[in-house]
Design a protein around this ligand. Sequence first.
Ligand code: XMP
Length: 319
Amino acid sequence: DWTMGAYREQAIAAIREQVGDAKVICGLSGGVDSSVAAVLIHEAIGDQLTCVFVDHGLLRQGEAEEVVTMFRDHYNMPLIHADEQDLFLSALEGVSDPETKRKTIGRLFIDVFQKHAGEVGGAEFLAQGTLYPDVIESVSFSGGPSVTIKSHHNVGGLPEKMGLKLVEPLRELFKDEVRALGRELGLPRSFIGRHPFPGPGLAIRCPGEITREKLAILRKADAVYIDQIRRHGLYDEIWQAFVAILPVRTVGVMGDGRTYDYACALRAVTSVDGMTADYYPFTHEFLGETATRIINEVKGINRVTYDITSKPPGTIEWE
Ligand code: XMP
């Protein structure tokens, strides 16, 4: 794509011009926006850039390893892998209100990011994968208007608090252009096509109280579900798909015995921008096969339901 080739060169020149020989830190979530921003800036200024990847213990199966492997080993970027799972999970103990979950995660994220970014020493800039739509409207999520966090890496007030200037090389781009730029920069296709994942992560897919046990079950079920979707060639047709573990246990039979395990809900939607969405019309065969696999492969779940709510009136996430 010649347009993106030209954009890439122009953006690299602009980053060099803005940053000079100063140090830059970038919050990496593993999402498309922050990843493309990081790779572009790394191409412009090399090791003047350090990325900070915060593992809040609410990521999906294998996600932290994937991000670290890709950026540290494949791209050779200086990367701080902040394993802060215990901190976040203990702060969330006993919290079941969705708004409180988001606020707790957002607040801790700022603290943790600040702490680890401080290890870099003398950074002058903070890089963010802000897109054009984020610039023109402040997006509000299911948590309501008091939530100003677009993603846990695009945290309002953070640059001011840290006394850093912003580098936002994607500010003029829409999502599809960011994907094109990502391809231009050689990011793997599988990575660029990934479904959106919310900043608060699995916390808002575990309605009610979050426990390590529930998170472990949820991760396994989600991995089986996504594997099913990929095997059936449906991943790219779907905007977002995930499992929510429900705060209810139900009775089942397995062999000669009675089980009393969690119920889960599968969610899959089509959407253009996440503002409205329709549930995905899976075939009954697909749903049946997936339910059987989850119940057989995931200890702790004995009932699977499919969420057929569209947005509005539902939201995409369960909280
Ligand atoms: P809802 O559930 O409001 O979600 O229909 C719309 C889109 O936004 C994502 N989402 C979030 N992303 N922080 C985020 O970074 C959040 O608190 C948050 N809540 C929802 C959701 O995954 C979907 O793509």
